[in-house]
Design a protein around this ligand. Sequence first.
Ligand code: BGC
Length: 766
Amino acid sequence: MKNYIPSLRMVLLAVLAVAVNYASAQTKNDAIKMNVFVTQLMSKMTLDEKIGQLNLVTMGRAITGSVVNSGVESRIKKGEIGGVFGIYGAADVAKIQDLAVRESRLHIPLIFGLDVIHGHRTIFPIPLGISATWDMDLVEQSAHIAAKEATAEGLKWVFSPMVDIARDPRWGRISEGSGEDPWYGSQVAKAMVKGYQGSSMTNPDAVMACVKHFALYGGAEAGREYNTVDMSLIRMYQDYLPPYKAALDAGAGSFMSSFNTVNGMPATVNKWLLTDLLRKQWGFKGFVVSDYTALNEVTSHGLGDLQTVSVLALKAGLDMDMVGEGFLTTLKKSLNEGKVTLQEIDMACKRVLEAKYKLGLFNKPDKSIDPEREKRDVLTDDNRKFARTIAEHSFVLLKNQAQTLPLKKSGTIALVGPLANNHSEMLGTWVIAGDPEKSVSVMDGIKNVVGNNVNVLYARGANITEDSLLGARAFALNNGQIKDKRSPKEMIDEAVETAKKADVVVAVVGESANMSGESSSRSDIRIPESQRDLLKALAKTGKPLVIVLFNGRPLTLTWEDEHASAILDAWAPGTEAGNAIADVLFGNYNPAGKITATFPRSVGQIPIYYNHKNTGRPYSGKGPAKFKSDYLDISNDPLYPFGYGLSYTTFNYSDVKLNKPSLKGNEILKATVTVTNTGKYAGEEVVQLYISDPVASISRSVKELKNYQKVTLQPGETKEVAFNITTSDLKFYNNELVYDWEPGQFIVQIGTNSSDTHTASVQWSK
Ligand code: BGC
C-alpha cells in the first residue's frame, strides 16, 4: 500500500507540471488572441498605414542628432507615424495620443518612448555606478521605480538597458553600461529588464525595455565614438554577446540596433546580426528599432543611397526606423520596383503592432494616462529615499590611508572643488527628465547630515577645465561652461588658504557629466588639468586630502593614488548625491561598492581587462625581463583591478575548501571560504568566485567571474560563504562555437577582487 502513497515531492512536482502546462497554455492562448487581433487589424490597413507603423519620430526637439521630423501632428492623423519619443508628461502625451486614437483612420495608438537611463524624474547613479553595487535587488528596484515614474508621465517604452560590454574607458558610453564582464553584465541586464517590464507589460507601472545597442558598440576601435568594430566570433560569443542574450531571455520586448559596423557590415543592415543570430539562433520574438538616424548613416558607411540601405535594413530584420524616415519615404517605391516584398513590410508592421498589443495600448490608451498618478508617483519621498540608498551602495572606496575616512562629526572641513557646491553636475550623463535644481549638492548634503557640528569652509578652487578644446566640446550642448571669472591662480590660492584653516580637506573633483556618455570619448582620461593643479596645491598643505571623485568612466589616477589620503569614487550619484556622499564620508553608511571596469595606470594599457588571455610569453610581474609580454615603461597591472573596492573595515579570507578533490559529470562542487570582519565597523563584502581552465581545446581567459555573494558582517563576526559550482559554470565557446565544457583541471578562486583571490584545484571528468 505504502508504494501507492505519493510522496510530497511527487505531489509538488505534479502541481508544478499542471501549473507550467496551464501557464504555457495561457501563453499560447494569449499568442493566438494577439495574432487574431493583429491580423484582423492589418487586413484593414493600407500600404501607407503599414509603412507608417515603422516610423518613429521625435516631436521636433533634437536629442542626440539633427532634427529631421516635422509636421508630426498632422502626420499622426494621416497614419504616417507609429511611435513618438522625446516627449513626456501625462497631459502632453495624452494630447498626442488623442490625435492617433481619435483622429487617425484606424485609431491605432502610438508607442511613446524615451531615454530613461538611470531613473526618470528621480535620478539614480549612472549605470556604471549602479553596477558597482553588486546588488541585483537594488538594480531591479531602480528600473522598477523608473518605470513607475515614466508610466505616470505617459510613457510605455524605455531605451534601456544599455548592455554593451566595454573594455575601453576612453569610450564615453562606458558610463551607460555595467562594465567589462559578460557574466556580471548579464545579471544586471536581467535585473533591469525584470524591473522595467514587471510581471506583465500591461501593468500600469510597467514599460517595455529596449535592449541596446545591438551589437558590440562598446568594442569601438580606439574608444572613439561610433567607430568600427571588428571582432572574432569567439570573442563575440564569449565576452560581448552574453548580456544581450540574458536580456532577451528575461523577456525584453525590443532591441535597438547599434551605430557601428560589425565585421564590415553596419549593424542596422546586418542580416546575420538581426535575423540569423537574434531571431533564428536566439528566438527573439519582439521588434528591432534602429538607433537615431542610424539607417540614414548607413549611406556614410558606404552602402548606397537611402532607398538602397532601407531595402537592406528591412531585409536584414529592422522593423522600426528612428527619426530618419528612410522607411517612410522609400519603401513604397522599393515595393513597386520589386526590391522588397509586401510580406517583408507586413512582417515589420506586425512586430510593431504586436508590441503595442503586448503593452495593452489597444485597450483604451488615452484612458490609461492618469494625471493623478503623475502627481502621486513622481519624485516621491520614497523614491528619493531609494535614490539615496542606491547611491550610497554604488560608491567605491579606492583608497583610505590611515583610516582617514570616515570623518569625525566635529572640527573644521575645507570643502573645495568645482563640483562641491554644484547641482547641475550631480545627475550625470543622459538625464532627460531629471531636474538639477531638485538635486542635493555635496555642500547641502554635508549640512543635512552633520548640521552645525562640523564647521564647513568652502572654496571653489578651480573651474572644471581651462582647456579650451575640451571645454568647448564637452559643454557644446550647454553653450559653454559656466566659469568662475577669477584666474586659476587666484582660485587655487583661496583654496589653499581655506585648507590651512581646516583639519581635513574634502576635494570634490573629476569629470563633468558632459565628459562621458554619448559623443564623449577622451584620449586623456585623467582628471582635467585645472583640477589636478588644485589637488597638487592642496596636497602640499600637508592636510589630509580626501578626494570625492565624479567620473563617468575609469580614470587614470596614479598621482591621486600616491598623494591623496583617501579617494571615494562617487561616479555621478543622482538626485540625492550630496546626502549620500555625506552619509558615507561621515560613516553613517560603510561603502561596499566594487568597480566593474578596470582602472588602468595609463591610457597606454588600454584595452585592459581582468579576463585576458595568458599569451605564450606571460610576464611573471617580477623584475626586468626580455622577450616577455610586457611594457618597457609601465607594469601590466592595472591601478585598480576589476571587482576592487575597500571598506571602512577589513575582511580576512580563509583558504578555499572544496567538498571533493575530483568530480564526474553533473556532480556539484561546493567551494567554501570563511570571511571574517577584522576591523571596527560593520560592513558588507562582495565575495567573488572566479574559475580558470588552464588546459582546453582553445586558449582560455586567465580567469572568469562565475558568481558572487554580498555578505554583511559585524565587527569580529565570521561567516562561511559557500558556492555551488556545476558544469554549466565551466562552459565556453570552442573553436566551432559549440558551448560546452571540457574535462580536466580547474582552479577555483575566491576573493575580494579579481586580483586578490585564494585558490584550490579540482579535477573534473566527463
Ligand atoms: C543613442 C541611443 C538613444 C537614441 C535616442 C542615440 O543617439 O545612441 O542610445 O536611445 O539616441 O535618443
